[in-house]
Write a protein that binds this ligand. Structure first.
Ligand code: 13P
Ligand code: SF4
Length: 312
């Protein structure tokens, strides 16, 4: 029988276990606010990969999704990496299986394969560069002009980067189930009712949404922009979890979560939200579920991640 989870004082128990295990708790901005509030570090995917690369803790508890915890493990093969819910996947990663990706790369000999970090370790192992939404532009710009670029798996981020850099790429046709649900019609209505509000959006959103945005950036870039901008109202077009830090860091400003197509909570990532505070507690207590991969896979996948970290 598994030991019960305390009903009160769970935050304190998590803090106690972190110390006892010499563990670091890394959390993405899309986590529940109560998970963010006990984390040692909160960040976007690049910052979390950088934090994982630097840590000296024995255990990394990754409150994020599978590909993020996998990246942390690839950078720390000797440390224990736990993901509170092993089922916390990502539609971009699952929509780009390694066998199909490998065949696609093989069809374009000599091309440079640039993969968004939202992909499996197997896809990373077949890629030349890994990028995140905060460094994709810089990394694509660093690739010689005469090279054909394959960009996977997010077609929306890919199209956005193509426009920024002024260079065509061959795009894998994947998308994020959360960012593709924002409704252009509802966003227009929301802007009409809040004319002073600036629209800030994540580049995983569709082209028509990005065309309406005053600012486009990664989760950290959106947070920094919202906090430092003289504007007082913002319509935030990304996963609603980011509003917690925005509200905390700029308590006098107004942040409005952009509406999805249906009247649902689909602006919350169902995968990210699988990690509850209870599961963070049990993962630290039991040191499971762990992320494990073969040393060969980790070695091949590490190369394009390290190229990214060196260029960031
Ligand atoms: P960033 O953390 O790079 O902004 O990406 C958001 C995301 O979709 C994470 O899955
Ligand atoms: Fe994947 Fe989208 Fe969830 Fe990010 S928000 S983890 S891209 S499904």
């Amino acid at each position: 029988m598994t030991a019960a989870v305390p009903l009160v004082g769970l935050e304190d128990e998590v803090l106690r276990l972190k110390k006892e295990r010499n563990a670091v708790l890394l959390a993405h901005y899309y986590q529940d606010s109560e998970v963010q509030d006990v984390a040692d570090f909160i960040g976007d995917s690049l910052q979390l990969a950088q934090a994982a690369a630097k840590t000296t803790a024995d255990v990394i508890c990754f409150a994020g999704v599978h590909f993020m915890a996998e990246t942390a493990k690839i950078l720390n093969p000797g440390r224990i990496v736990v993901l509170p819910d092993l089922e916390a996947g990502c539609s971009l990663a699952s929509g780009c299986p390694a066998d199909r990706f490998g065949a696609w790369v093989a069809k374009h000999p000599g091309a440079v394969a640039v993969s968004y970090i939202n992909c499996t370790a197997e896809v990373k192992a077949l890629s030349d560069y890994i990028v995140t939404s905060s460094n994709a532009e810089k990394i694509v710009r660093s690739i010689p002009e005469d090279k054909t670029i394959l960009f996977a798996p997010d077609k929306n981020l890919g199209r956005y980067i193509e426009k920024k850099v002024g260079r065509k790429m061959i795009l894998w046709q994947g998308s994020c189930i959360v960012h593709e649900t924002f409704s252009e019609r509802k966003l227009i209505g929301l802007k009409e009712r809040n004319p002073e509000a600036l629209i800030i959006a994540h580049p995983e959103c569709e082209e028509s949404i990005l065309a309406m945005a005053n600012y486009v950036g990664s989760t950290t870039a959106l947070l920094k922009y919202a906090v430092s901008s003289p504007a007082q109202e913002f319509i935030v077009v990304t996963e609603a979890g980011i509003l917690h830090q925005m509200q905390k860091q700029a308590p006098r400003k107004t942040f409005i979560a952009a509406p999805p197509v249906a009247n649902c909570a689909c602006n919350e990532c169902p995968f990210m939200r699988m990690n509850s505070l209870e599961k963070v507690y049990t993962s630290l207590r039991d040191l499971t579920p762990r992320i494990e991969m073969s040393p060969q896979l980790m070695e091949r996948a590490r190369l394009p991640i390290e190229r990214m970290l060196a260029l960031s």
